[in-house]
Design a binder for this molecule. Structure first.
Ligand SMILES: Cc1cc2nc3c(=O)[nH]c(=O)nc-3n(C[C@H](O)[C@H](O)[C@H](O)COP(=O)(O)OP(=O)(O)OC[C@H]3O[C@@H](n4cnc5c(N)ncnc54)[C@H](O)[C@@H]3O)c2cc1C
Ligand SMILES: *[C@@H]1O[C@H](CO)[C@@H](O)[C@H](O)[C@H]1NC(C)=O
Length: 479
């Protein structure tokens, strides 16, 4: 591929920035990254006080990729953002090996969790990587005395991996941005960098399918940015910008922050990362500088659709996060979501659950049917490459993923990876409900989700979120 071509990357999250750096290192010398805000983008999915770094996966490709990334997180280069911490996986099984004690929760709800645990253990074994069984809750509390509650579950199943940790996502992204700048990548942000539409030229006749060629991107300030090849790495906003062929859906996930005292920060510093696969709940050790303990749910989430919320249970139109740039995420999650976060916290840290959250927020996943990323050319445009579909698990790959995206962009990946990260066109004719079943384990995904089925935000939740977001956006615009 001609390395002097003008490459325009939209989106400065983990996918966009890692691609920019990788291409710059490969010798491409005209790379421009556009975004609504300067990275770390306040409401971008790649920005928060923490993200889990692990290679426990029910899928061998991501396990290997996770290990490759983990080894780099452990080097000097990422020392400012990476905090090694064991990662615990627990789930309720329906019955104990002894045969007694049947859980109250429906079996199909739990299957994903146990599946994930067993598949992950088998893959770790196959890759000759270590993990430690947790036979019961006492074993959990003995190994991790900072766990205070009495999480019982009807049949406890679990293991942990010492080789894991969490990264301060904002710090890691700022580091990646600076490396891009040093490598000669140009940035355009704010209204000049916010893409409002695509301009295309004549339809190409060289292929059997009709493909258009993008000539320029239109921006929110009325400008035009021209280029030779365009890479869309716009995360959860992607389906609002280009035809998604029913390949992705943006879902909002719940996060809560508990304020800790200095004494609590110290007392809880050895808390592991804990995933409860039965509910999707997961928690981090305290962030020493931010002074927060963060909890979240890896669940099926909420949609925010472009059409009226009442038109369909999964939303009639395209789901997308609000478009206007904001200086911070709105302090809002649905009430029932807050209850779920508190219930999860109560299992492991009952005293903190009583205190409640200082703030909560929604953070967006761009989901694909199988949980696989999409690194491929768009079926409608010959020079538009798409790097998206993080599906709630992409951050950990920050040190390595750019190499794979750049490989796909130059059509140099192995056939196996090319197929795994393909832009699928066959979903277009299928009903969205049948593709995004809300159960990734049934679709070849890794079955790591838990919690209630995906739903559209109610009209009232939508109004609250949008009015808080608008107030924040207006405040930002005045600065
Ligand atoms: C609550 C939560 C918890 C998570 N936990 C983990 C975890 O523990 N471990 C892990 O590995 N992963 C985790 N993830 C997933 C991970 O954060 C995402 O998969 C990853 O950050 C996605 O990166 P991205 O580059 O695709 O998207 P983003 O970071 O969202 O980047 C997209 C960018 O595109 C920009 N953009 C959008 N539209 C436009 C436009 N029109 N013009 C210009 N710019 C535009 C946006 O401003 C944004 O900066 C989590 C995600 C969430 C939401
Ligand atoms: C996981 O969730 C289940 C269901 O709410 C609960 O019974 C169990 O105690 C939880 N486990 C942990 C470790 O929090």
């Amino acid at each position: 591929m001609d390395k002097s071509q003008r490459i325009v990357i939209v989106g400065a999250g983990v996918f966009g920035l890692s691609t920019a750096l990788s291409l710059a290192q490969d010798g491409y010398h005209s790379i421009t990254v556009l975004d609504r805000s300067m990275p770390p983008v306040p409401d971008g999915s790649s920005n928060d006080i923490s993200r889990v770094i692990r290679f426990d996966y029910g899928d061998k490709v991501y396990a290997q990729l996770g290990k490759e990334a983990f080894d780099l997180w452990n080097t000097e280069e990422y020392a400012a953002s990476f905090h090694p911490t064991p990662c615990v996986w627990t789930a309720e099984t329906t019955s104990r090996p002894g045969g007694h004690g049947t859980a109250i929760v429906a079996k199909d709800k739990l299957k994903g969790g146990s599946d994930f645990i067993r598949k992950s253990q088998a893959i770790l074994d196959e890759l000759q990587l270590k993990w430690h069984p947790l036979r019961d809750v006492d074993a959990l509390k003995e190994r991790f005395p900072a766990v205070q509650g009495r999480p019982i579950g009807a049949g406890f199943e679990g293991f942990y991996n010492e080789a894991a940790g969490w990264a301060d996502a904002g710090v890691a992204i700022a580091g990646l941005r600076d490396r891009c700048i040093a490598a000669g990548v140009a940035f355009v942000t704010g209204p000049h960098g916010q893409v409002s539409g695509l301009e295309h030229g004549e339809t190409s006749t060289s292929t059997s399918t009709t493909q258009k060629k993008i000539t320029a991107l239109r921006t929110a300030d009325g400008g035009r940015i021209t280029g030779d090849r365009f890479i869309l790495a716009t995360g959860a906003w992607t389906a609002s910008l280009i035809p998604s062929w029913n390949h992705m859906v943006a879902t909002a996930q719940i996060v809560g922050f508990v304020r800790l005292t200095p004494a609590e920060l110290e007392a809880l510093k050895d808390l592991p990362i804990i995933f409860n696969l039965s509910t999707g709940f997961f928690s981090f050790p305290p962030h020493p500088d931010a002074g927060y303990l963060k909890v979240a749910c890896h669940s099926f989430g909420y949609t925010l659709s472009s059409s009226s919320p009442s038109s369909s249970s999964s939303g009639g139109g395209v789901s997308s996060p609000p478009a206007r740039p904001i200086p911070a995420r709105a302090n809002f999650i649905p009430q029932e979501g807050e209850q779920r976060l508190l219930a999860g916290l109560r299992e492991i840290l009952p005293d903190l659950a009583a205190r409640g959250f200082e703030k909560t927020c929604l953070c967006w996943y761009n989901e694909t049917p199988t949980g696989d990323f999409v690194f491929d050319y768009h079926p409608d445009y010959e020079n538009l490459f798409v790097a998206t579909g993080g599906t709630g698990h992409a951050f950990k790959f920050l040190p390595v993923i750019g190499k794979y995206i750049a490989g796909a962009f130059q059509r140099k990946l192995s056939p196996e990876l090319t197929a795994k990260w393909k832009f699928h066109t066959e979903y277009r004719e299928q009903a969205r409900e049948d593709i995004f079943t809300g159960d990734s384990s049934r679709k070849g995904g890794d079955g790591s989700r838990g919690g209630p089925a995906r739903r559209e935000l109610t009209a009232q939740e939508r109004d609250t979120l949008l009015s808080l977001t608008d107030a924040l956006a207006t405040r930002q615009a005045r600065i």
